[in-house]
Write a protein that binds this ligand. Sequence first.
Ligand SMILES: [Fe+2]
Length: 186
Amino acid sequence: MTDSYSLADYIADLRRIAAASDDESEIMKQVSPLAARLAETPDWLTDEIYKPNEEQGFAVRVLHEEADHSLAVLAVSWLPGSGAKSHDHGTWAVVAGADGDERNVFYSRLDDRGKAGYAEIRETGQKVFGPGEVLRMNSGAIHAVYNDSDKITVSLHTYGKHPNFTDRVQYDMDAKTCTEFQFAVE
Ligand SMILES: [Fe+2]
């Protein structure tokens, strides 16, 4: 094995890990150090990744997904002052910092999910993640992301399934609503 760890190496490892377990916590535990390693040896971190999406605030580029949209690896760059409102993913997520610090706000769901479009959430904590750090979120996790810095940040996101193909939602904490949410992909 060489010192470098490529996107191709990561995809091969993802396939091996996902094939060996149905337990998302176990999958994320095994994927996390590899995601950090890929984020530190970024053959994927090209100038193209930094090209902003001014309208959305963050720009998403798909580095890999299987034909059924599983094992999606996305590079996400965030404009200074941009963010993503509270949302879930409908699948497990492993986020590795690649360039710059990103503030994550975490929430828990309070209602019983019995009423369509209604959701009560409350903030449970915040943490800033930067290069070398990895955030794991299970299928039910809710978070928001902000780039509070004055330069573009980049993080490497790996999902059990591309979130635009799950039944995930975005939350409005004050209005107590949840609505379908898909992001634009470059
Ligand atoms: Fe997210």
